[in-house]
Design a protein around this ligand. Structure first.
Ligand code: IPD
Ligand code: CA
Length: 256
């Protein structure tokens, strides 16, 4: 019951915030940087996070919230919202139609529900544990591929130069082993694409909880195999979501 209520609220807030993002796309943005000169944040990222926090708080004032743009509120209920108000900020700034709002909900430390709104295309992806994953109401199933060589694999790159150099070396090794690579620019949309079979797999090192929380629920409920484990050398987490038939091969190829 509780999961279902949280799921509905996540959907309502993702839709509203996605509408806000789409309405402001193309506005004159105030752009500043965070961890590196290419790690971008805009006034829209911040105001979208404020909108999400306001909506969660109106309905559930005692829940915890972790947001990419700085919200960090402890939970008094065991429920925690993990939110990325604008995933794909660089695409948003450049006018590329691949950005989303991502809202995941944890109950007692376990991911329970998620909603990702693909704001430029107007598609809603959502899932609740045990209830399957849907895009605009239609049940999703990840791909049935069994051969890594025939797999379309999404990935992404962080903002720090040293991290990118390592990510580049791994992608260079992977490229001859797969159908092709996609770098969509929103980890949340990558995970939804695994859920819908538009990607056979996705992996990335170093993404944050807000990039993946909702997408992991959606991909997992669509039948994807999931893996989130910290690299003992760097402490950075490797996230993998893929069709079960190619998971082992993808894991092997990207985990060196
Ligand atoms: C980024 C996107 C991108 C991924 C980066 C993320 P942001 O999030 O999800 O696809 O490769 O690792 O930081 O900065 O657009 O919210
Ligand atoms: Ca993000």
């Amino acid at each position: 019951m509780m999961d279902a209520e949280l799921h509905s609220l996540a959907i309502a807030i993702a839709r509203e915030t996605g509408g806000y993002l789409a309405a402001h796309a193309g506005d004159h943005l105030s752009v500043s940087t965070k961890s590196s000169p290419t790690d971008t944040v805009t006034n829209v990222d911040r105001s979208a996070e404020a909108l999400i926090v306001r909506r969660i708080t109106e309905s559930r004032p005692d829940d915890g919230i972790l947001g990419e743009e700085g919200t960090s509120r402890p939970s008094m209920t065991g429920v925690r919202w993990i939110v990325d108000p604008l995933d794909g900020t660089v695409n948003y700034v450049y006018g590329i139609a691949a950005y989303s709002v991502s809202i995941g909900v944890e109950v007692d430390g376990e991911l329970a529900a998620g909603a990702v709104y693909d704001a430029a295309r107007g598609h809603l992806y959502e899932a609740v544990r045990g209830g399957g994953a849907r895009r605009d109401g239609e049940l999703l199933r990840c791909s049935a591929v069994t051969d890594l060589a025939l797999s379309l694999v999404g990935t992404g790159f962080g903002y720090a130069k040293d991290v990118r150099a390592r990510q580049g070396a791994i992608v260079a090794r992977l490229l001859p082993q797969v159908r092709d690579i996609r770098r969509i620019g929103s980890a949340a949309l990558d995970l939804c694409a695994v859920a819908s079979g538009q990607l056979d797999g996705y992996y990335e090192r170093g993404i944050n909880p807000w990039d993946r929380a909702a997408g992991l629920v959606i991909a997992g409920e669509a039948g994807a195999r999931l893996h989130v484990v910290a690299d003992p050398a760097t402490g950075r987490e490797l996230t993998i979501a893929s069709a079960p038939g190619v998971f082992d091969a993808l894991f092997e190829a990207v985990s060196q």
